[in-house]
Design a protein. Structure first.
Length: 109
């Protein structure tokens, strides 16, 4: 997170789908007040831009139907589409499945 906040990998995008996943998991694992606090801090973060997923939905749907050698979720594929479209192929994740996709650069390395 320190490397991201230092701008080492450029400006951050937070996809609407990922925001939804984070909030839903937190609500199941923690209390409502904590979840609301995290949701607000994500939306207020100056170094992260929220990306509405309707902008990439059809491209993500096409990628979902075209995948053959991976089993990426729809949300993961939306990250791939957004990375290609808005971030020169860069994705910050610990998910090793992204390393199997050509044209995607995973951080941290």
């Amino acid at each position: 997170m320190d490397r991201f906040r230092a701008g080492e990998w450029g400006h951050g995008l937070l996809l609407e789908y990922v925001f939804l996943e984070v909030v839903n998991v937190l609500l199941r694992k923690k209390d409502l007040a904590t979840t609301q606090q995290v949701a607000r801090s994500l939306l207020d973060a100056e170094d992260v831009q929220l990306l509405p997923c309707s902008e990439i939905f059809l491209e993500t749907l096409a990628a979902f139907h075209q995948q053959q050698d991976t089993k990426l979720s729809f949300v993961d594929l939306s990250l791939m589409v957004a990375a290609h479209k808005y971030a020169a192929g860069n994705i910050a994740t610990f998910d090793k499945e992204f390393r199997r996709i050509s044209g995607v650069r995973v951080y941290p390395e």
